[in-house]
Ligand binder design. Structure first.
Ligand code: ASP
Length: 499
């Protein structure tokens, strides 16, 4: 074994003239790579051999994979057996987060939706036995087919708990809870209840300290565990769920908590697609996405992954790997913190969109000289607890783009009256049935002509653009078209950038 100092000083692809600087860089590298607070002097190995051994050891220590299996992957016993195969094919797949059973066919109903109905029945009629009976039947069938023995007692306890708690979040969370118990029995792994490891604070956001301490304590020494997604415990000790699709967030929290080497998110598609396959036949797959691109695309309707699931992973090197339970050999999509824009092949990474927005268009002569005009309008919107998506403007006009579902009935009438009364516009128009389309990609940064291509593609398809919004960040361009032109616009954009 020979120490080769020269090699040591260039071990990370960069050469360092001074040994001291090299070691500082080395410590920083190790800390970021393996999520360590610090990497002490004692761990220093003054030879390239030991450096490699240390890195290999750390790599091993952090080879845990966190997997999250979505609703379709857990929809019935047949699918759960595929989940079992995937888990047992790689011993590093240790910490498994599961959703509630989803749809078995396009016409089926997700267990979580049935649980929302169950809560509704309980609150309106005082009885939810009929719908709970249907939910129980699905779990009984799963338990029977997985040959995990009798789960009648757990189901009965759950039914009673639902009556006792009378809480929407508690009831909604029982799909994940029961499914995780069944899968844990099948895989012979410990069931760790999310209520004991995921905690919310007063603001109902993640209590990071409490959560990560609990994860470290509860999972310490375990060679694996099954954890229900979607929920945790609030400050009062009650069950609280994330928003819909929130098991993705639970998986990300777990991945951070155990310092996973990778967060595999197993779903029912091969990869994140460039756009909705219901609009463009067989669109290209995206092999790599950045966290920012994911957020933009998910927020605008690409529903492979929850838009908020990147937050626990920011400042880590954990990659999210989207995989298909029904085609496990496909490598899927990697979602990484930062994408090397030099290596970005396409100008655009993806296109997503949503229908049903409303534009509130306000005109007033000399608006530009009236200090606080926009502030006044926005305060009125805030008073009605409405959030807006975009606000393109001109000298004497602003347009506020708002989700139509937030601007309905009395609330809408009240807001319009308030705007008329308090800002006295010359013109106040409500334009409904607007679709927003986000054209997203780091490749647009500094690429001259990308916006022009977007606009030309849509205009060549003979479609009228109602609004355009583009920030200086150059990550996305938002265009608004009539709902009726939505699909045609996406087809035109796909043809321009990908065909
Ligand atoms: N089961 C929940 C839902 O349907 C959470 C999840 O699957 O992520 O939204």
């Amino acid at each position: 074994m020979k120490c080769c100092k020269k090699h040591c000083l260039t071990i990370f692809g960069r050469s360092y003239k001074h040994e001291k600087i090299f070691w500082t860089a080395f410590e920083k590298f190790i800390c970021t790579q393996y999520n360590l607070e610090n990497y002490s002097d004692n761990n220093r190995c003054r030879s390239c051999y030991f450096v490699k051994v240390e890195i290999a050891k750390m790599g091993k220590k952090n080879s845990n994979i966190v997997c999250k299996f979505g609703g379709t992957s857990c929809a019935n016993a047949q699918n759960i057996l595929k989940v079992e195969e995937i888990i047992s094919s790689n011993k590093n797949r240790k910490f498994i987060v599961v959703s509630a059973p989803g749809k078995r066919s396009t016409t089926d109903i997700k267990i979580t939706d049935m649980l929302y109905t169950c809560h509704n029945a309980l609150m309106t009629t005082g009885n939810c036995d009929a719908i709970f009976g249907q939910i129980a039947e699905r779990f009984l069938a799963i338990a029977h087919d997985l040959q995990i023995g009798n789960i009648q007692l757990i189901l009965e306890e759950t039914r009673q708990d639902i009556y006792r708690h009378k809480s929407l979040d508690f009831t909604a969370s029982r799909g994940e809870y029961l499914n995780a118990i069944c899968i844990a029995k099948r895989l012979n792994l410990p069931f760790i209840d999310a209520k004991d490891i995921i905690f919310f604070n007063e603001q109902n956001t993640l209590d990071e300290n409490r959560t990560y301490t609990a994860i470290a304590t509860k999972l310490k020494g375990l060679q694996g565990a099954i954890i229900p997604g979607f929920y945790g415990t609030d400050v009062k000790g009650n069950i609280k769920t994330f928003s819909r699709g929130g098991s993705d967030i639970s998986g990300a929290i777990l991945a951070r908590g155990v310092n996973a080497s990778i967060y595999e998110n197993w779903t029912d598609v091969d990869a994140f697609l460039v756009c909705d396959p219901n609009i463009v036949e067989n669109p290209q797959k995206i092999s790599k996405l950045s966290f920012q691109e994911l957020r933009e695309l998910s927020y605008m309707g690409a529903n492979v992954l929850h838009a908020d699931c990147i937050f626990p992973l920011i400042d880590t090197n954990i990659v999210i790997n989207i995989r298909n339970t029904f085609n496990p050999n496909c490598s899927g999509t990697d979602i990484v913190q930062v994408k090397d824009t030099q290596k970005t092949e396409n100008v655009i990474t993806g296109i997503a969109g949503k229908k049903d927005f409303t534009i509130l268009h306000i005109e007033k002569a000399m608006m530009n000289t009236e200090v606080g005009f926009v502030h006044k309008v926005l305060s009125l919107i805030k008073e009605e607890n409405i959030s807006f998506e975009h606000m393109p403007s001109g000298i004497d006009m602003i347009s506020l783009v708002i989700e139509s579902k937030l601007l309905q009935g009395e609330r809408k009438v009240r807001l319009l009256e308030k705007i008329e009364r308090e800002v006295r516009p010359d013109c106040l128009k409500v334009i409904e049935n607007i679709a927003l389309i986000a054209i997203v990609g780091h490749g647009m940064q500094g690429t001259i002509g990308s916006a022009s291509r977007v606009l030309q593609a849509i205009s060549k398809a003979n479609i009228n653009i109602r609004i355009i919004d583009k920030s200086s960040g150059e990550l996305n361009i938002i265009v608004g078209v009539n709902n009726a032109d939505y699909a045609k616009s996406i087809q035109a954009l796909y043809a321009e950038f990908f065909d």
